[in-house]
Design a protein around this ligand. Sequence first.
Ligand SMILES: [Zn+2]
Length: 267
Amino acid sequence: MGGLHGNEPAGVYALERVLAALESRSSALTGEFVALAGNRAALAKKCRFVDRDLNRAWTDERLARLRAEDSLGLESEDHEQLELLSTLDQVVTDARGTVYVLDLHTTSGLGGTFSTFGDSLPNRGFAEHIPVPMVFGLEELVEGALLAFLGEHGLVAIAVESGQHDEALSVDRAEAAIWIAIRSAGLLAPADVPEAGVGQAFLRAETAGLPHAVEMRFRYDVDPDTQFAMKPGYKNFLSVKQGETIASDRHGDIVVSEDSRLLMPLY
Ligand SMILES: [Zn+2]
């Protein structure tokens, strides 16, 4: 899945490339490869969302209500969510084995190539093949994220952040992750998917020097009404020191609480 956030089209472009390349290999596929564009209305408008973040409100209660309501007059993302939900339902119904989900995203700052997922052995096993830093604890903090919902329903689901929103390399990194996922999900025999090995070498080079895994220790929620301003020069995984001022808002300076690495500086 790409473009769950409409300002993050890299995943969709990467999926288009992979779909085109898979065409001549379709007879070798031992399962289904399903490519989804998440928030299509927002992708068309090149914005994160139209009415609300589509990567929220993935809870059984909320979805039951959404299914029951008349769709007339609903918010744009309600339509998107219902469409995605029925497609995912169909995928799960048709599946003859484990369903693996790769949720492709990008970030506003540079250097943000990493995976994040609910910490279970199947998720970790799937993520381990993609040689980018693993970020633990991030997924749990996003209330109602699609990934958590899929995990609760028995799918193996990880998110891959492939770089800055508009960077051409973000498409290449996402594409590499998809090929690796195709091989590790067993959709194609290793000999039929040489792109996976190439992709691993590429991602290893792209993330050289970055930690294998990090744990979320502190998070600052940015309220759009508080004049949040990041100090210049920060990028993902940059080492920061305890006491360092990295941003400010109406409430004052935002100071790092312990020696650590910074993730997702907001510009
Ligand atoms: Zn996103």
